[in-house]
Design a protein around this ligand. Structure first.
Ligand SMILES: Nc1ncnc2c1ncn2[C@@H]1O[C@H](COP(=O)(O)OP(=O)(O)OP(=O)(O)O)[C@@H](O)[C@H]1O
Ligand SMILES: [Mg+2]
Length: 232
């Protein structure tokens, strides 16, 4: 299992009110699986993705990511686990504003001490998402869809074992969405990368092997769509 989520709850406590955003969530994901998390706005999808990737703390329960229980890890240890095993595409991109598109994509590899190959790999990925002529642009000089594609290239650069993508095609036109979807599923095929995709797009969700539906912070269904085919 690349990811195990056990009895996880997330509660936000304010002065006079307790807000339960996720309640007793259980699921596990095998290496190479592709899965979509769907549900209405506010149902807890982004929160669940952030917890699974070790970007946020559970209120109760455990999360095992690539065999590491995240609850007892320091922020530095979690950052190192993320850099080694995962890619993340944020709903709001989270590119570093003072770095160019190229530098943003190079960063995960530089953090891994692979600076010598970083530029070549980053250029290749940016070409693949159709941004070969935007490499020197800063995020503020890119459109929303272009920033999303930079974020995608960055998520791929360390060849992650598991990729978390929050609405990866949410800001893209049909043609670019297709390019991005193809990249996601090619990565899955080429490197047996596990994909966990949050999406409102049921067409995209149905291209995965499994759909988990969230409603009001609970899993209301967990359905396998296709028989998982072995990679040859
Ligand atoms: N830091 C926070 N403090 C308090 N409440 C929060 C916090 N972050 C999220 N929430 C609440 O948790 C709920 C779930 O938020 P989340 O972002 O996970 O929803 P979502 O399913 O991703 O929605 P969308 O489809 O709109 O992106 C929302 O009601 C939100 O208001
Ligand atoms: Mg969200």
């Amino acid at each position: 299992m690349i990811l195990e989520v056990k009895e996880v709850s997330k509660i936000y406590q304010s002065v006079n009110r307790k807000l339960t955003v996720l309640e007793n969530i259980n699921f596990s994901v095998e290496q190479g699986e592709t899965l979509a998390i769907v549900g209405a706005s506010g149902s807890g999808k982004t929160t669940l993705l952030g917890l699974s990737a070790g970007l946020d703390q559970v209120s109760s329960g455990q999360i095992y990511l690539a065999g590491n229980e995240l609850g007892n890890k320091t922020e530095n240890q979690k950052a190192s686990i993320r850099n080694k095993h995962i890619g993340f595409i944020f709903q709001n991109f989270q590119l570093l504003p003072t770095l160019t598109a190229l530098e943003n994509v190079m960063l995960p590899l530089e953090l891994q001490g692979k600076a010598s190959m970083a530029e070549e790999k980053a250029k290749e990925l940016l070409e693949r998402v159709g941004l070969g002529d935007r490499m020197k642009h800063y995020p503020g000089q890119l459109s929303g869809g272009e920033q999303q594609r930079v974020s995608l290239a960055r998520a791929f650069s360390n060849t992650p074992e598991i990729l978390f993508a929050d609405e990866p095609t949410g800001n893209l036109d049909d043609e670019t969405s297709e390019v991005v979807e193809k990249l996601l599923f090619d990565l899955n095929t080429e490197h047996n990368t596990t994909l966990v995709i949050v999406t409102h797009d049921m067409e995209l969700a149905e291209k995965t092997n499994r759909i988990i539906r969230l409603k009001g912070g609970k899993i209301i269904s967990d359905e396998r769509l296709h028989v998982q085919t072995e990679n040859v």
